[in-house]
Design a protein around this ligand. Structure first.
Ligand code: 4AD
Length: 430
C-alpha cells in the first residue's frame, strides 16, 4: 500500500493511501468514528463508518486511545471543513500500539507541567509547528550561505579561552587542563575566513547565564559568518539580505504552521530592506526623548530595545556602541575611538537583539593591548594573534541567535518553546 504524509494529501485526492501516525483525538457514535490522526507533518481526520468497514475493524477503531500508534488506510477527499482541508474515508486500520492514559489531555495545562513533559509536549500541533519553522529557518540559512559561495567551517565546541567575556563561561576539566564550552565560534571563524575567504559555522553555543529571562538559554544555536575584506557596512548589508531571505522562505514554506500559531503574517510581509540604521548615540537620544533616564555608556536592557524597535516598527541596526561595553576584538571607529565598528540587529515587535556582529581589530599591537586590558591570558590567544601577524586584512562577521529568530518569526512570548529541549537556569530535565 502506498504511504503518504499528511502534508502531501492534496496530491492524493481520490487515491487510496496509508497514513502512519498517532491518534491526536477521537470521537465516536455507535455507527461512525472520527479519528484525528497526526503524523508529524500535520493533522488529518479519518472517518470510519461501521457499515462500510465492518464490525471487527470498527471495534478495533474504538480501542484507540489518545497517542495510540496506528496506520490508517483509505480514500482521500477534499473537505474544507475538516482539519487540514482533507479527509480520509477509512477502509483499513492497523493498530501498532495502544497508548496508556496520556498526561497531556486536550484541557489547559500549566507551563511548568508542560515543560516537565517536554518530550511529549512537542507532539502538540503548536509545538510541532514551531519546530518545523525552526527547521525551515535552519535550511534557509544554510541555503543562503551556500548560494553565496560561503564555506561551512565547523568551529570547536571545547575551547581554551573566552570569546565573549569571562562571566558566563561553562568550565570543563579537559584531562587536568581548564577548558570551556564554546560561547561563540567567532575566533575560529576568523582563522577559517583567512583560509577560505567567506565562511560560516552553525553550532551549539553555551553561556552560563545567571538570570532567568524570556530571551536567554544556557545552550542555544548560533549561525556565525565571517568574511575577509568586509567592512562594517558590507557586513550589515549581508545581514539585511539574509534576514529578508529567511523571512520570505518562512512565508512561502510555512503557511500552515504560521496559521496554527496564529502569527500575524502581515507583520512578516512588511519586512523589507533597507532596515533603519542608527548609531548607539542616536539610540540614546531616542530613549531620552521617549522619557527614559539613560546614561551614555550603559548597555541597553530589553525594555530599551523594545522602545527603539517600536519607534521604527522594523528591524533596526544599532551601530557604534561604546568600546567599554563591547568585546575585546571590536575595531575602534577611526573617527571616534570611544566607539567601535560593531552593530546589533534588533528584531521588531519587541523580540530584542537577534544579531551581534561587527568589524574586527586587524592591527596586531592594538589587539595585544585589548587582550591585556580585558585581562585575558595572552598565551591562549597566541594562535589568534598569528592571524594579524600573517596577512592581516580588514574583516567582519556576525552571529545570529537561532532561537530568538524563531521566537520572532513564530510570534512566541518565550524562548523556551523555540528549541526541542531547552536548557534554562536550574532546568536540565528532560
Ligand atoms: O551578541 P553576541 O554575544 O555575539 C557573539 O557571540 C559574536 N561573537 C558573534 C559573531 O560576531 N560571530 O551573540 C549573538 C547572538 C545574539 O544577538 C542573540 O541572538 C544570541 O546570539 N544570544 C542568545 N540567544 C539565546 N540565549 C542566550 N543566552 C544568548 N546570548 C546570545
Amino acid at each position: 500500500m502506498k504511504t503518504a504524509l499528511i502534508k502531501h494529501l492534496s496530491s492524493h485526492v481520490g487515491e487510496q493511501v496509508t497514513v502512519q501516525g498517532w491518534v491526536y483525538n477521537q470521537r465516536s457514535s455507535g455507527k461512525i468514528t472520527f479519528i484525528i490522526l497526526r503524523d508529524g507533518s500535520g493533522l488529518m481526520q479519518g472517518v470510519a463508518v461501521k457499515q462500510e468497514v465492518g464490525e471487527t475493524l470498527f471495534g478495533e477503531a474504538k480501542k484507540l486511545t489518545q497517542e495510540s500508534a496506528v496506520k490508517l488506510t483509505g480514500i482521500i477527499r477534499e473537505e474544507p471543513r475538516s482539519v487540514g482541508g482533507y479527509e480520509m474515508q477509512v477502509t483499513g486500520l492497523e493498530i501498532v500500539s495502544i497508548a496508556e492514559d496520556y498526561p497531556i489531555t486536550h484541557k489547559e495545562h500549566g507551563v511548568d507541567f508542560l515543560a516537565e513533559h517536554r518530550h511529549l509536549w512537542i507532539r502538540t500541533p503548536r509545538q510541532a509547528a514551531v519546530l518545523r519553522i525552526r527547521s525551515e529557518i535552519e535550511h534557509a540559512l544554510r541555503n543562503f550561505f551556500y548560494e553565496r559561495d560561503f564555506v561551512l567551517a565547523d568551529a570547536p565546541i571545547i575551547t581554551p579561552a573566552a570569546c565573549e567575556g569571562t562571566t558566563n563561561l561553562f568550565e570543563i576539566d579537559y584531562h587536568g587542563e581548564k577548558g570551556y564550552l564554546s560561547q561563540s565560534g567567532q575566533l575560529y571563524n576568523e582563522a577559517n575566513a583567512m583560509a577560505l575567504g567567506r565562511i560560516y559555522c552553525f553550532g551549539p553555543t553555551f553561556r552560563a547565564e545567571k538570570s532567568k529571562t524570556r530571551r536567554h538559554l544556557l545552550e542555544f544555536w548560533m549561525i556565525e559568518a565571517e568574511m575577509a575584506y568586509f567592512d562594517l557596512d558590507a557586513n550589515i548589508e549581508l545581514q539585511e539580505e539574509m534576514i529578508c531571505y529567511v523571512v520570505q522562505r518562512v512565508l512561502n514554506k510555512c503557511q500552515n504552521e504560521l496559521k496554527t500559531l496564529e502569527r500575524d503574517i502581515e507583520k512578516l510581509k512588511a519586512i523589507k530592506p533597507p532596515f533603519p540604521r542608527i548609531s548607539y548615540t542616536e539610540a540614546v537620544e531616542l530613549l531620552k526623548q521617549a522619557g527614559e533616564e539613560f546614561t551614555w555608556g550603559d548597555d541597553f536592557g530589553a525594555p530599551h530595545e523594545t522602545i527603539i524597535s517600536n519607534h521604527f516598527n522594523a528591524p533596526v541596526f544599532v551601530h557604534r556602541y561604546p568600546a567599554a561595553i563591547k568585546a575585546f576584538y571590536m575595531k575602534p571607529d577611526p573617527d571616534n575611538h570611544q566607539v567601535v565598528l560593531g552593530a546589533d540587529l534588533l528584531a521588531p515587535e519587541g523580540y530584542g537583539e537577534i544579531i551581534g556582529g561587527g568589524q574586527r581589530i586587524d592591527d596586531l599591537a592594538l589587539l595585544e593591548q585589548r587582550i591585556a586590558e580585558h585581562k585575558l591570558p595572552q598565551t591562549a590567544f597566541e594562535w589568534y594573534l598569528d592571524l594579524r601577524r600573517f596577512g592581516t586584512v580588514p574583516h567582519s562577521g556576525f552571529g545570529l541567535g537561532l532561537e530568538r529568530t524563531v521566537a520572532w518569526l513564530c510570534g512566541l512570548e518565550h524562548i523556551r518553546e523555540t528549541i526541542p529541549f531547552p536548557r534554562m537556569l536550574h532546568k536540565m530535565y528532560p
